[in-house]
Structure formats: C-alpha cells, structure tokens
Design a protein around this ligand. Sequence first.
Ligand code: ZN
Length: 472
Amino acid sequence: MAYLKFLKKIVFVLLTFFTFFLSFNSSAFSQIATNQITLLEWQNNALLINTTQKISYAESKLKDPDRLIVDLLNCSIENSDLNKRFKSDSDESISILRLSPTQVRIIFLGSASINRKSYLTNNERTLAIKIARIDNENERITENEKQTALEKYEPGNLKGIEIENDDDKTEIIISATRSIKYNTYLLKNPERFAIDLLNILPPENTLPTYMSTPLISGIRVGRAASGLDATRIVIDLTKENLDCDVDSSLIGNKLKIKIKVNKEKEESSRRAGIRVVIDPGHGGYDTGASYGGYEEKAINLIMAEKLKKLLEESGITVFLTRDDDDFLSLAERVEITNSIKPNVFISVHANALATSRKIRGVETYYWTSQSQKLAYYVHKSILSNIGLPDHFIRKARFYVIRHTSSPAVLAELGFMSNYDDRQLLTNKNTQDEYAKALSEAILKFLEIEPEEGSKKQETENKKQEAKKDKND
Ligand code: ZN
C-alpha cells in the first residue's frame, strides 16, 4: 500500500450505479476468432488443449446429468481431425463442439468431471483439464459442507469501479460483495480488454460515463455474452501493445487490472512499421556491367537479398523492387518505391570503367538534402567494413534517387572492371560483409539499435573474454 502513496493520482473516480439499464451490445464481441486450436490430446487422465494464442475460457458446472462445460472464447477449431471424442479413466465422455466460428465448447459428462482441475501452462497457450476420480473421502462430505459449498456459488454484486492513473499506467479496481472469479480476453480492432466476472450479477443500473486516461478511452459494463450470471467489463484501450494484468491478491473482494505499455512489443511494432526499399540495379536484358564472366545485375540482386535478410532480422519491413531477373524500368522502380513510401530507399549497383581497369573503390550517390546523412553512413560503413578505396560521396541526378520521395541513395559497391574489387563483389564472404555494412548504415540512419540477438551475443562474448582475462 505504501507504493500507492507514490502514485500520482490524476484520475480517481468512485462510481455509483444510477437507475438506467445499460443495454449491452454483445455483437461487438462476435468477430473472427484470433485463437486457433492446434492440438487436442488425452494424456494422463487430462485433456490437453494447445492453441496459437493465449487461451481465454469460461467454465460452468451443470447438474442432471453432471457436466462440466468449458468454453474456449475467441477461439476456433479449423482442423476437423481435432473434432474427436475422448473417454476418461473414470468413464466420463468428453466431446468437443464447434459452437460458433469463434467459440469451441468442451463437454465433460459424468460425476468425476465436477471434481476436475484446469490450469493454463506454456505461456497460457496450453489448457490442461484434469479429471480426478471421486474417491470415498469426497463422498463423505457432510450436509453442512455441502451447504457451504452451495453458498459459495451464490453470485455477488458489483460494488464499484475505480480508475487510478499514473504517468505510464492505468489501474482499474473492481470491487464486489464477494470474492470474484473471472476470465479475461484481449480483443483486437479496436483494442479492448474484457473481463468477465463469473460469479457477479450484472448491475441493474447503468454507470456514468467514465473518464479516460492516456491508456484507456472508456469502460463499459454489462451482462457477459455467455448468458450466465456474469458481468462483463470492457475497457476500451487507446493503443496496441498494452499489457493488461489482473491482480487478484487484493483483500476485500477486489480485483486490480493493471494496464501499462509493453515497451518490447511497442518497439517491435514500431520497427515493423519502418519500411526500407532495396533496388537491385538492372535486370533482364539489361545486365549492367559485365566483366570476368560476372554480370552486375546478378551481383546487385545477391547483395540486395542478403541486405533484406539482415534488415528483417532487426524487425523492419523490407521490399525489393525486383526479386528475380526481370527487366524493370527506372520509372517503375520509382513508382513502386513511392507507393510504399519507405523510410529509406537504396539502389544497389556495381561500378565499371572501360578506360582504366586500375580504378577501384566505393562511390555513394545522393541528390536530395534529406538523403545526405544516409549517403554518409552508407559510404563510411562500406569503407570501414570492406576496406576498399574511397571513391567519394557524390551528388548526382540519377533518376531513382531524384524521383523517390524518401531519403534515397545509390551505392556503387566497387568496380567490376577492377580485378581486386571484382573479387570482393563476387566472393560469398565479402558479399555478407557488404550486406552487414549496408544494414548497419541503414539502421544507424533509422536510429535503430542492432537486433537483440547480436547484442546478447556481444555481451556473451565480452563475458567470455572477461572470464579468460581472470583465468590468465
Ligand atoms: Zn549499375
């Protein structure tokens, strides 16, 4: 609680329920299921369900006959092979039904089903429902205990919802007249977080309009779509990549939903939104420079594909103007690029000079002022990574860098007409070095840290070196 004192409470709303009935649009939840079942298996007297995403489910126990019903929400079962039946060790029959395109129902029929245990594992993508045998001890439940057990299932009422907002997180505290059992769902388009209070009756009155915070735009309260005596609270989120965690450890029949930005997810979607167009020069009948049995168009494509792979490993989105040996006009290259509106355009070429085979080195071209820094980074990176002579950064009116609306450079990676440069351009290892040099330059221009994997590797290497030093 001491930590609460440090919360800068910008918003604090205690809500009372007014006398309007809130009509609740459950159709807002009927959409295409985002989760899919990939495996249904009977193992060690337990049903194992694997899905592609985090599982949301609701359980209900029914009498006459004894049944346990588990509804997997926002989930579909596409593979009909999975649509099978199982029998438990204690002779329950377990059937799987596709209730709707977005809901799968699993029915356990038999008395032992009631005495079951379900839990999520595998990052909440596996649901295990274990059937226990009813042994003699369980049958000896006294009438008194039965009564208590029954009372436990009496639904409670919602007391209130409070919103607290800090700089970078919003907390929603739900209080009820009894301890709350719940299921949660994260819904997309628009982003919403829903929580079903399974044993709490929906309020008969509506609620005042909720204040918004930087992370939530509103809260709606109504009856849960399942039709049970359950309340659904929907929190409209202002953006993607929010973590919504439920803290049920609070005393006094309360739940706290903590909403905060998942920095890692936010960074990866930021990166995915960054686009780079790589233009492998020439193609088709236009071979580009041709020396020593090599054609420039093929070298350009190899370099471009290697570069694409590296940039994609850093989580950004990459396009090639051509990915095969087809001819593409300069105007077509520009048209493709301007329709993508990338953050960076790079045209990859190899140079040639018919009059002197001695001339070698790297040349980088740009035209617009927004491209100057990119040209500098690309040029310097090739010089320092490949170690070939500097043939200077130049401003030139090449069509593809003059007509693209993005920062754009044209890199002449070396002279095919020079023997040494040609070795560098055609050797598989130095081609990898070129791709690395170009990738580093582009990432630097985009202000993107190198991808996690390589950073980790570096730290690991440093650790190893430090260890070595100590040992020496
Ligand atoms: Zn060329």
